[in-house]
Ligand binder design. Structure first.
Ligand code: PEP
Length: 248
């Protein structure tokens, strides 16, 4: 099953009008491969700005979070219809920083995923284990539990991209080895096949995230179950373009 390679850039809570302008202008000017789907995720305040600046229509924009209601008395939250109205087509949900710092539960993330999909957004669903969970041999137990919450609420996964992001690899410079990441991706795909059927599972893109950079990206791209990357820190730097081109 050919799956379109996907590279997402998660800017997290970083950026200013000037720095985002520079990143977008560099992306506009780059000769990007036509067979890679690129999605950038600036802070919500800058979604409209990024959309205004983007001249390459193949680069899409993602929000970093959404609330599972369309509107109402939810001070400080942003909704999927608002994100769409601003021109973004994707939302990142379940990022480990939201799971661990904001204490979002699997169920809440699943609720947000269902609501975002119902409102026409694609969802980049992040899953992954903490270091102590990995050391305790719990990687797949954790990933499967995080997936189960969404499987309970969502049957059609055609607009979900999974980002497997081992938490110990995020922002640490300690990426998983391509062999380890591939092995986990394969197990995740097998689990999805069990729960959603072979056909759906074979189409779901599973990205690797965790200290991907311009130097190591290529080593993951040859792995059969790694369908792209979710990139944090390096997406703010010129090397993001090298990462997008890493399969060339
Ligand atoms: C992320 O925040 O999704 C991420 C993978 O970060 P980094 O690439 O900086 O490890």
């Amino acid at each position: 099953m050919a799956r379109t390679f996907f590279v997402g850039g998660n800017f997290k809570m970083n950026g200013s009008k000037d720095s985002i302008k520079k990143i977008v202008e560099d992306l506009n000017a780059a000769d990007l491969p036509s067979d890679v789907e690129v999605v950038i995720s600036p802070p919500a305040l800058y979604i409209l700005w990024a959309k205004e600046l983007l001249t390459n229509p193949t680069i899409k924009v993602a929000a970093q979070n959404s609330f599972p209601k369309s509107s109402g008395a939810y001070t400080g939250e942003i909704s999927a219809p608002e994100i769409k109205d601003a021109g973004a087509e994707w939302v990142i949900l379940g990022h480990s920083e939201r799971r661990t710092i904001i204490k979002e539960t699997d169920e809440f993330i699943a609720e947000k995923t269902a609501h975002a999909l119902e409102n026409g957004l694609g969802v980049i669903l992040c899953i992954g284990e903490l270091l102590e969970e990995r050391d305790g041999g719990q990687t797949l137990v954790v990933c499967n539990r995080q997936l189960d919450a969404v499987i309970d609420k969502v049957k059609d996964w055609s607009n979900i991209v999974i980002a497997y992001e081992p938490v110990w690899a995020i922002g640490t410079g300690l990426a998983a080895t391509p062999e380890d990441a591939q092995a986990t991706h394969l197990e995740i795909r097998k689990y999805l096949a069990e729960k959603l059927g072979e056909e759906q599972a074979s189409k779901i893109r599973i990205l690797y995230g965790g200290s991907v950079n311009g130097k190591n990206a290529k080593s993951f791209s040859a792995c059969p179950d790694i369908d792209g990357y979710l990139v944090g820190g390096a997406s703010l730097k010129p090397e993001f373009i090298d990462i997008i081109k890493s399969r060339e």
